[in-house]
Design a protein around this ligand. Structure first.
Ligand SMILES: Nc1nc2c(c(=O)[nH]1)N[C@H]1C(S)=C(S)[C@@H](COP(=O)(O)O)O[C@H]1N2
Ligand SMILES: [Mo]
Length: 544
């Protein structure tokens, strides 16, 4: 009698479990090895990063819309879920053809290795190691475990039973007494338990090593003392801050500030090691700057509202902070750069980050007198790691993807003809000034306020042009001017509010803003791609 058929009922789930254990060991070993290479080289991070690089813009926007800043967590959980399913399948396959199952595990290691070495921030073939070593461990484990499931057990042969046979070719052997299914139950349980324990150990050790990486960077941030600015921000006029319940605060607290980037591992750069070069077309005096060089220069402090091009009408990816940093125009001038309007040959400044991001900004905008800066501080402290420590760019009036490179490492002058930056390669516009927009913060969609006076309030922004007017419309009524808070600067958003005598029933509230060039934001709805969403924000509520 063929034991393969006799034991299949229990052996199939156990084989699938073996696949899962092999996958677990592979990931755990990879995590451990990545602690020795660099955390970004781990297979889940690498495949996740490679997936982000290749995500079509529409899907990226969908992910940001639905998962917000959790999009990266969702991506990694998704990768793990897919890996788990494939591991189960490979386990089942191994029961039929042991070598094929093991080879399948190795194949995933190769995919991980390719992803890790293809990332823009990968500089060394060592990035392939975590995936390869992890997959080897997983493949061996799967081979051994399934060996226990298919090994004939000779009577009283003791633990381990017979030698594993290639391909599990065990048909025709009689099951051992006391082992009616004809497989090495004890050997399997022992091997599986040891493997599970080893995975947990390796995984936890790798996690903790990876978690404690960047201690030097954390310490360096702790030691940063930002000197007082040579040019302080003008005090926010008292009338610029409204306290209507539910309105976005004028200054966005750092912890609430939106975060949009492609980094699955937040770069931890040691400020004492930081160097940045300014070089390229039309640079007659290339500069290399340290963090101390930057702090030693006259600093400017400015309130600037940042916005993301992926922000939908009414969306959350906009925030206002107090930035401190070095004026970028001055640095460029020192490097001998002239803007195109003064005959300079470079019209694009490409910022590169330590994580391989590239962001291209018009040189003309940087040098036209606006407060473009290399920011070192945000809301009174050194930049938080998630917002680009130690140095990022901030340019008033331009969406973040064309101006606000975090974890800055290099500035190269070139032309828009010669080079497409990261998002431009992914079909976003080369140039993207922020569109005039306004948002109703309160009431919230589907709110049920009581009839009587209801405060409608929110924010409006048209960075570097300034907001001139905000109007609100209830249903199809006339546009009514909202009360505008005092303007801080043209680079910040403006809060607004309007008391409304709410009558019972369903209502649609709509807002629109007009900037100081006299242009009213267009009603025409466009998607975020390629250069930012347009349209009027409206909110549907029911008054009780
Ligand atoms: N290195 C790096 N810098 C980056 C990005 C990124 O993905 N990587 N995203 C940009 C985008 S699209 C925006 S909107 C801003 C967001 O800055 P914040 O996360 O500090 O709010 O950072 C910009 N700088
Ligand atoms: Mo963005």
């Amino acid at each position: 009698m063929n034991i393969r058929s006799r034991g299949i009922g229990i052996r199939l789930p156990l084989a699938a479990l073996s696949g899962l254990l092999a996958g677990l060991l592979a990931l755990a070993v990879a995590e451990l090895v990545s602690a020795a290479v660099r955390p970004e080289s781990g297979p889940v991070i690498a495949v996740g990063g490679a997936a982000i690089d290749r995500t079509p813009p529409a899907l990226k926007d969908w992910a940001i819309r639905h998962f917000g800043t959790n999009d990266k967590l969702v991506l990694q959980l998704g990768i793990l879920a897919v890996l788990a399913l494939l591991a189960l399948a490979l386990g089942a396959l191994a029961l039929r053809v042991r070598r094929a199952g093991a080879a399948g595990v190795l194949l995933f290691g190769i995919v991980g290795a390719l992803a890790a070495t293809s990332r823009p921030d990968s500089t060394s073939a060592a990035d392939a190691l975590p995936s390869v070593v992890g997959a080897l461990a997983g493949a061996v484990l799967l081979y051994v475990l399934v060996g226990r499931l298919t090994a004939p057990v000779h009577s009283m042969a003791g633990p381990g039973g017979g030698a594993p046979e290639p391909g599990g070719a065990v048909a025709g052997r009689a099951p051992a007494p006391g082992q009616p299914d004809g497989w090495d139950r004890r050997g399997f349980v022992v091997a599986a338990s040891v493997a599970a324990a080893a995975s947990v150990g390796a995984g936890l050790l790798g996690r903790s090593l990876n978690g404690s990486r960047g201690q030097g960077a954390v310490a360096s941030r702790g030691r940063v003392v930002i000197p007082p600015p040579a040019s302080a921000a003008r005090p926010v006029p008292t009338g610029a801050v409204l306290h209507t319940p539910g309105i976005s605060p004028f200054v966005t607290p750092t912890t609430d500030f939106y975060r949009v980037d492609t980094a699955l591992v937040i770069p931890k750069v040691d400020a004492t090691q930081w160097r940045m070069r300014i070089h390229g077309k039309g640079v007659s005096r290339p500069l290399t700057l340290t963090f101390q060089d930057l702090l030693g220069r006259p600093l400017i402090e400015r309130d600037i509202t940042l916005a993301c091009v992926s922000n939908e009408v009414g969306g959350p990816y906009v925030g206002n902070a107090r930035w401190i940093g070095v004026p970028l125009a001055g640095l460029l001038k020192e490097a001998g750069v002239r803007p195109p309007s003064r005959g300079g040959p470079a019209d694009q400044l490409v910022a590169r980050s330590v994580d391989g991001m590239t962001i291209g900004t018009p040189v003309e905008d940087i040098m036209d007198g606006r407060d473009a800066m290399l920011a070192v501080g945000m809301n009174g402290e050194p930049l938080p790691f998630v917002h680009g420590f130690p140095v990022r760019m901030v340019v008033p009036g331009l969406y973040g993807y064309v101006s606000a490179c975090k974890w800055l490492q290099d500035l190269e002058l070139t032309t828009f003809d010669a080079y497409d930056s990261y998002w431009v390669k992914r079909s976003w516009a080369k140039k993207a000034p922020i569109k005039t927009e306004s948002r109703i913060d309160t009431p919230k969609p589907f709110a049920r306020p009581k009839a009587g006076t209801v405060m409608i309030a929110g924010v409006a922004w048209a960075q570097h042009r300034g907001i001139d007017r905000v109007e609100v419309r209830v249903d199809d009524g006339a546009w009514t001017r909202a009360d505008l808070a005092a303007a801080d600067t043209s680079d910040t958003w403006r809060q607004w509010s309007l008391p409304w005598k709410a009558t019972p029933g369903g209502h649609t509230l709509t807002v629109r803003a007009t900037d100081r060039t006299g242009r009213t934001q267009t009603e025409e709805r466009t998607p975020t791609i390629p250069d930012g969403a347009s349209g009027w924000h409206s909110v549907v509520i029911t008054v009780d």
